[in-house]
Design a binder for this molecule. Structure first.
Ligand SMILES: [Zn+2]
Length: 255
């Protein structure tokens, strides 16, 4: 008799899924992608919203979350973005292997460099203890209105729901899309009352000085759990070095 190939792959989530009873699930079980998922990737309507595409893809390939089975859309959309990205990475590895030919465009000369990425070697930051962490940013210029002056921002981690709701704004204008995403994740701004903060909405992020916006980006980059997708690339053409991010959407191109 032929040996049966492994059909299910258990991975450890960097953050973990918190269910409706507040219980945490730190493992997820994936199966390989099939022709069904290839059809999802080719679906024009889904391709217009990257967040929805990732939700559908993971819903199909997640066998269980902790002991929870089956996995529904609501659960996948409720996972934090670092966990979703990590699951995409693992799905890529079990389906196509851990080597990936990635291309990066040089911001100085516009030429592309191709790099063979070893996905097994990406460092992964995992959350210790219980529950998703908060990300706290101390602003320098801060936010000021007639009621007061505020310098501490507290964010929760973005989730699949946030990705889905902001995907079209992100595509239209990356800066405004980021404002929308961060506004959804903003849990506190100094001692500003929540209703006032919610009424201001994206205005808070738009009004921040560029230095403070860079501070938010830097803090997220440093403290965000999950696989570290940032890289330093040396341009094959002009020899200059630049910072780039490994593009998750390139994971599943079949070429
Ligand atoms: Zn270059």
């Amino acid at each position: 008799m032929d040996k049966r190939p492994v059909r299910e792959f258990e991975v450890e989530l960097p953050v973990g899924y918190v269910d409706e009873d507040g219980r945490q699930h730190r493992t997820a079980t994936l199966r390989k992608m099939t022709g069904r998922e290839e059809a999802l990737l080719a679906d024009r309507k889904l391709r217009r919203n990257g967040g929805k595409l990732v939700t559908e893809l993971l819903r199909n390939c997640l066998v269980r979350l902790g002991e929870l089975e089956p996995v529904n859309r609501h659960m996948v959309a409720g996972l934090s973005s670092p966990d979703r990205n990590y699951l995409l990475l693992e799905l890529r590895k079990i389906t196509f292997g851990q080597e990936l030919h990635a291309t990066y465009t040089c911001p100085f000369c516009g030429e592309t460099s191709s790099v063979l990425e070893e996905l097994d070697e990406l460092p992964v930051r995992r959350v210790n203890g219980s529950g998703p962490p908060e990300i706290v940013v101390e602003l320098e210029d801060g936010y000021e209105d007639k009621e007061g002056f505020y310098t501490t921002m507290v964010f929760r981690l973005p989730t699949g729901v946030d990705e889905e709701k902001t995907a079209s704004a992100m595509k239209e204008n990356a800066s405004l899309g980021m404002n929308a995403l961060l506004t959804r994740c903003l849990q506190g701004l100094g001692d500003m009352p929540a209703n006032r903060r919610e009424a201001l909405g994206t205005k808070i992020l738009s009004d921040l000085a560029l230095g403070d916006r860079a501070r938010i980006e830097r803090t997220f980059r440093q403290e965000m759990p999950g696989a570290d997708l940032s890289r330093e690339i040396m341009c094959e053409d002009c020899g200059r070095k630049f910072q780039a991010t490994l593009d998750l959407t390139s994971f599943f191109s079949l070429s």
